[in-house]
Design a binder for this molecule. Structure first.
Ligand code: SF4
Ligand code: SF4
Length: 129
């Protein structure tokens, strides 16, 4: 297991049990392109074994299958519940992570999927003064 994967697991745990530290401003609106369901970039997960391991702790990872890897070797995932016409087949029962997307409070530098209708406005140090 790589250091990146262990960090990824650590941040997943933190997101459940520790109040978030940073709040970004998010502007824009959803274009309903479904990229956040079909092109999910994992951070630190490099292979199927690590995805399965993560699924043991966070059940929503069981919804995803691997479609490829990004330039850093991180897995790109697709949800098995997205329909051909880009609808969520389990909309009323979708996981909280989907209901709350995009979350405003996060631990690490947040980036939206390329082409997403939302944009992250990062706060500078002076904004907190
Ligand atoms: S990627 Fe962004 S614009 Fe596309 S469906 Fe998801 S939230 Fe909406
Ligand atoms: S459960 Fe529905 S909303 Fe969540 S990733 Fe899958 S298709 Fe998208």
């Amino acid at each position: 297991m790589s250091i990146d994967f262990i960090k990824s697991l650590y941040f997943e745990f933190l997101s459940y049990f520790v109040p978030q530290k940073i709040e970004y401003q998010i502007e824009g609106e959803c274009k309903k392109c479904a990229k956040c369901c079909t092109q999910v970039r994992s951070y630190g997960m490099k292979n199927e074994k690590e995805l399965k391991f993560m699924s043991l702790f966070f059940s929503y990872y069981r919804n995803f299958y691997i479609t490829g890897k990004d330039e850093s070797g991180n897995l790109i995932l697709c949800c098995k519940y997205i329909t051909e016409d880009s609808q969520c087949a389990i909309y009323d029962k979708r996981p909280n992570i989907c209901r709350n997307y995009p979350v405003k409070k996060i631990f690490e530098n947040k980036q939206m999927i390329e082409g997403c209708g939302y944009k992250v406005i990062k706060k500078e140090f002076k904004d907190y003064l």
